[in-house]
Structures are given as structure tokens and as C-alpha cells.
Design a protein around this ligand. Structure first.
Ligand code: PRP
Ligand code: MG
Length: 225
């Protein structure tokens, strides 16, 4: 018995993009039963499987062809591409469509009262971040040297506990910065969610599923404008 090819889409399991991603798939007519522990969810009315993973794993899963599609933040995608470039690996993927949710910016923020007079005030300082490559690129482009310490979450706590001088993290409403006594001083990257696709050619059956899905995604995006 041959099994019918199923299009595999990677999405964030939980976090900033997961609710909007799930809502998008539902509005596209995909019937799926997402329970917290089920990491590979079958779509019951189309030959599609949804793989629910950490957002930072999505670019690699698509670039390596494990998943055919992925819905991921541009910040995560760019960080992964820079990381691969550092290891002399090519980042092979197609950015199929921008999506109109998940908007945020990656910014440098300093404790209230820090005497910020321009980018050079950041020279030699240490930053907590989940995005060391994006921070490094910003520093290089602006002729400053920075140190970083890697935190995968709760980045805003770092200056208060003496781990770093400042932070480089995502800002959406600014509420987390404010609640932690931090002030945004430089925006270094603007981000939205994107639909990305493996650079490998899809088998015709999977391409046909994508050809059905893509206009639906674009229709949902248009309706939201
Ligand atoms: C994200 C991000 C910021 C915050 C920004 O964190 O890392 O901390 O949201 O949103 P705001 O500007 O609207 O406050 P998240 O809540 O996802 O938690 P985590 O960093 O601990 O994963
Ligand atoms: Mg956070």
C-alpha cells in the first residue's frame, strides 16, 4: 500500500505567533485537532500535517527539507540565516509570502537613567539577547564592539540581576520593557511573520496541495487588511 504524500508545515508550538498561526490555518479551512501534547497534528480534511515546534527550530527544519513549509518570524529566520552563514552553510529556502501578523521590532534597551547619547554609548557594553547574530551585525555595521550573553527568554530581567548592561530583545507593546525599568534606545530590526518554503522541488501531489492552500492564505490576509 502506498501512502498519499502529506504536506508538512512547521509552526510555533507556543508563544508569540502560535495563536495567530493556528487561527490562519483554521480560516484557510484546515480542520485540525491541536492538543498541547500532540506535536504532529493531522489535518483531517486535507493531506497536511502540522508539526508544532520551538520557533528557533523552524528555519532549520525547512532549510533541511524536513518540513515543506514553515510559519516563522522574520527575526528568527534572519538570525538562523546569519548563524548558518557563520558556519559557511547556505540558507536555502523560499520566502513564499509575508503574513500580516506577529509584527514586532528587535531593539536595544537600557536601564532607565542610562546616559544614552548615541550608538557609541553602547560600545564595550554587555547585552543579554536571544539574537546574538542580529546584534553582532548591528554592532559591526555601526563600528562598535559589544559582548553578549545568551538568554532564550525573560531577557529583560538580565540588567537588574547584574548579568548585563542592557538587552537586545523583541518589543511589541513595550509593556515588558516598562515593567522591568528599561528604555528602548535603538531599533535594529523590524519583523513580521512569514510563510517559508523548502527550496527543494515538491513532489507534484504536495505542490498541488500548496497550490490550493496558498490562495486561501492570501485571501485570509487580504480580508484582514
Ligand atoms: C516576548 C519578547 C518580549 C515581549 C515583548 O516575550 O521576548 O519580552 O514578548 O512584548 P511586549 O513589548 O508587548 O511586552 P514572551 O512574553 O514571549 O516571553 P519570553 O521572552 O520569556 O519567551
Ligand atoms: Mg520576552
Amino acid at each position: 500500500m502506498t501512502t498519499e504524500p502529506r504536506l508538512r508545515i512547521a509552526m510555533q508550538k507556543s508563544g508569540r505567533l502560535s495563536d495567530d498561526t493556528q487561527a490562519l490555518l483554521k480560516r484557510c479551512g484546515l480542520k485540525l485537532n491541536v492538543s498541547d501534547r500532540r506535536l504532529l497534528a493531522h489535518v483531517t480534511n486535507m493531506p497536511i500535517d502540522i508539526m508544532r515546534v520551538r520557533s528557533s527550530d523552524i528555519p532549520g527544519l525547512v532549510m533541511d527539507g524536513v518540513c515543506d513549509l514553515g510559519i516563522v518570524g522574520d527575526n528568527t529566520l534572519e538570525e538562523a540565516a546569519l548563524e548558518r552563514a557563520l558556519m559557511n552553510q547556505k540558507s536555502k529556502y523560499i520566502r513564499t509570502s509575508g503574513l500580516n501578523f506577529g509584527g514586532c521590532r528587535l531593539s536595544i534597551a537600557m536601564p532607565e537613567g542610562f546616559d544614552y547619547t548615541g550608538i557609541e554609548s553602547l560600545n564595550g557594553l554587555r547585552f543579554a539577547t536571544t539574537y546574538p547574530q542580529l546584534l553582532n551585525r548591528f554592532a559591526k555595521n555601526n563600528g562598535i564592539d559589544v559582548e553578549f550573553c545568551l538568554l532564550k527568554g525573560s531577557v529583560e530581567v538580565a540588567p537588574r540581576v547584574g548579568l548585563s548592561d542592557g538587552i537586545c530583545d523583541l518589543v511589541s507593546t513595550g509593556a515588558t520593557l516598562e515593567a522591568n525599568g528599561l528604555v528602548e534606545v535603538e531599533e535594529i530590526f523590524q519583523s513580521n511573520a512569514s510563510l517559508i518554503q523548502t527550496a527543494n522541488a515538491l513532489v507534484p501531489e504536495k505542490q498541488a496541495i500548496l497550490d490550493t492552500l496558498l490562495p486561501r492564505i492570501q485571501g485570509v490576509m487580504k480580508a484582514k487588511e
